[in-house]
Design a binder for this molecule. Sequence first.
Ligand code: FAD
Length: 504
Amino acid sequence: MTSRPDNAIRSVLIVGGGTAGWMAAAALARLGQNGVTRVTLVESEDIGTVGVGEATIPPLASFNALLGIDEADFLRQTQGSFKLGIEFVDWGQRGDRYIHPFGSFGVDMEGIKFHQFWLMARAMGRPEPLGDYSLCIAAARRNRMARPSADPQTVLSSLKHAYHFDAGLYAAYLRRIAEGHGVTRVEGRIADVALRPEDGFVESVTLTDGRCLAADLFVDCSGFRGLIIEQALKAGYEDWSHWLPCDRALAVPSAKAGALTPYTRSTADRAGWRWRIPLQHRTGNGYVYSSGYISDDDAASALLGGLDGEALGDPRPLRFVTGRRKQQWVKNCVALGLSSGFLEPLESTSIHLIQSGISKLLALFPDRSFDPVMIDEFNRLSKTQFEQIRDFIILHYKATARTDTPFWDYVRTMEVPDTLSRKVELFRRSGRFFRYEDELFSEASWVAVMLGQGITPETWDPLVDTIDRGAVLRKMSGLRDIIARTAEAMPTHEAFIARYCAAS
Ligand code: FAD
């Protein structure tokens, strides 16, 4: 045993007060309760935040629960709404429309995956889409929402959800929690980072007004610039833009229009895709595009022309390079959020990556010896997770039949990572899929996107044919029926929110 209380981390400095900084602060605040560790966050109002992360995936609920956050209160305070999945429009080809839902399709039978039975049924002439066997899709198509059931015997237990919220309000909400638990906030702009001459560890940062902030552990949440992890510690960046060539975005809110949909919409466009995220008070919109294939002006026109409500401002430009920091933890500095890398928000994974980075940091929390074995493990896990999500996002671009613009020609014909090619080929042959090393997206997610974008298996699992076909088809009909009736009986998303968590 080498870990001793007198070697404990006594001070943590979080650099940056965007979503990453305040999520880290709220989660690390409890460290302060041991009476040994001080947690401080420094941010600069002059620099501001990116602040457009508005769509999430289901694990965020467990992060909020760990912080003791009440769901209804959080949604009220962040103008939040529910998300049952993402509707993809025009991706496989123009005119296509499918939903990637949370949760699963149908129920597995005799240990065989449900979609394998669906493949057999389709070959037998049953035309229903796989989406008829997902309660999330059935509810999303009807703009319905209800409280999921905790009883696994009921179909309502398959209603998995995430949230849409106003990112600025979420950061403010977390700030109240963090400050309530003793985190100190410092307003100021960092001008310099000092490294210890003897070993290159970070010693302190100096603000433009001369104040100096020292700490044992630094958490770099400074956004794309990677103020400490890159500018001071030179962690290096792996550029993935040959696979994911979108490098800019324009974001603009619009007035609410039409029904409050319980899903994010992603519409493929000439040189990228447009998002639509419905909140209680407004709709968030954006266009993620490749500057090599469309001008900023044309992208702005496409974005504004596609809004379903009046624009509430001018489009805000953002630039990025898709990829990951080669080392996300270097010496006594851990990068979280945009400073650790960037994957475009097609599957709403950035906030999740922050959450997962925080979990890993807590699971491998160091003492002042900063054991390199812990640091290596953190970096290995982070690399694997970024690469797995990268592959899932690339799939959306690669699995297309679109030939209408040079952008789609490029992504349709590009070489993709072997790790992705193998998965696609296995599915194409036999509808089979394997999840590696706790990967984030489930088999149902991969199946939804592959089928949704035209990758159709040549055959189904032969074990399906060992089970009585008539009984299987009857069970499928019953399931489809109960899913449709359950969705039909739910309140509208709007009515559910009005009753449960209406913002004041
Ligand atoms: P930032 O928001 O950039 O915050 C950086 C902080 O560092 C700021 O407080 C700044 O003041 C501070 N700082 C920087 N330099 C200094 C300095 N010198 N001195 C003092 N302070 C400093 N994620 C999702 O999960 N879902 C989405 O739908 C989604 N959509 C997105 C759409 C786009 C177009 C983009 C670009 C990102 C999207 N994201 C999304 C990602 C999400 O926005 C980020 O993960 C999230 O905002 C976290 O950002 P951050 O806190 O790392 O950085």
